[in-house]
Design a protein around this ligand. Structure first.
Ligand code: FAD
Length: 288
């Protein structure tokens, strides 16, 4: 089923993101995660893609198995920077042949030496246009409530977002954020720019100090005082820190659902127990 059609049904739609294990590691971990999340009946599962292409086939393999073995719709992430047109065509042919109909089309992060990358693609909008032109796919794209790290101004980034929607993106999933007010402001600005496709908040629970440090290095997101205080209070107690991180995510999700968002996309980080707690305690699913 096309994911854009899923968002036309009952909302909020629950979707989960999993990532393929590093090269050389068995796929067992990701399928164990999926086994333990199956009864939550997510509307779709998204599978990330490694920019370097090392796990290309793994993304396609996992997305195929999610559909065939778990009976759940899948969303295959795909990046274009550093890839040739031919490589992109091959991946799309493969996805088409395996009946994976939904793609999250991304540029991918620029490698440290950007001068060496293939220049068949510059921005995600080019990949989106190419996939959308095939008609057999439903294409989604990434959105950044606080702006993408490379964008000088949030307004430039919103112009780009509009470009991605005009190129054929039928739904958007956001980068993680920790302050719901930022998402509400972003939605107002997006709607003002005539972006009317579903914009789905991406939520990531913070489970340890190392994780938040890594996130802050990778993307520019604001950390509210309440979350900062939590880090200070529990920095020496990993168990309490993880519990507080789950509680914070439950509060965030519950409020977003109350405000009427069309869906919640949970970055699971392949962590089963915490994801289950968030889903049950925010009312997205009922415990059987
Ligand atoms: P783009 O939309 O191309 O934007 C990149 C930058 O260029 C932005 O600053 C934008 O404002 C600017 N820009 C775009 N078009 C123009 C233009 N015409 N003129 C001037 N400036 C322009 N990465 C992975 O490697 N694998 C994944 O699986 C993955 N999944 C993700 C899932 C989500 C929900 C999100 C939010 C991100 C994900 N990423 C993933 C990270 C993503 O690849 C990076 O954030 C990347 O740096 C930007 O990708 P994009 O598709 O948003 O790029």
């Amino acid at each position: 089923m096309r994911i854009a059609d899923i968002y036309k049904q009952d909302t909020p739609v629950l979707s989960l993101e999993v990532f393929p294990p590093k090269p050389g590691h068995s796929l067992k971990t990701v399928f164990r995660t999926l086994d333990n999340l199956r009864d939550l009946n997510p509307s779709f599962v998204s599978v990330t893609y490694a920019s370097q292409g090392e796990t290309t086939n793994r993304t396609v393999d996992i997305a195929t198995r999610v559909r065939e073995e778990y009976g759940c719709e899948s969303l295959a992430h795909m990046t274009c920077i550093g890839h040739t047109k031919e490589e992109v065509t091959n991946v799309l042919d493969d996805l088409e042949a395996r009946n994976v109909k939904n793609v999250l089309a991304l540029r991918g992060d620029m490698p440290p030496d950007a001068s060496t990358v293939s220049r068949d693609y510059h921005y995600a909008s080019e990949l989106i246009a190419e996939i959308a032109s095939r008609k057999s796919f439903c294409v989604g794209a990434a959105a950044y409530p606080e702006g993408h790290t490379e964008a000088k101004r949030i307004s430039h980034d919103l112009d780009n977002l509009k470009r991605k929607v005009d190129a054929g993106a039928e739904f958007l999933i956001t980068q993680l954020f920790f302050d719901n007010r930022i998402f509400y402001d972003f939605m107002e600005r997006a709607r003002y720019r005539n972006i009317h496709v579903p914009v789905i908040p991406g939520i990531m629970p913070i489970l340890n100090y190392k994780q938040i440090k890594r996130i802050l290095m990778m993307c520019e997101v604001s950390v509210p005082a309440k979350l900062m205080n939590m880090f200070d209070k529990f920095s020496h107690d990993p168990g309490d820190m993880a519990k507080a991180g789950v509680d914070y995510a439950i509060e965030q999700v519950s409020e977003l659902v109350e405000e009427g968002v069309e869906g919640i996309h949970l970055y699971t980080m392949n962590r089963v127990q915490q994801v289950r707690e968030i889903i049950f305690n925010s009312g997205l699913r009922e415990k059987m």
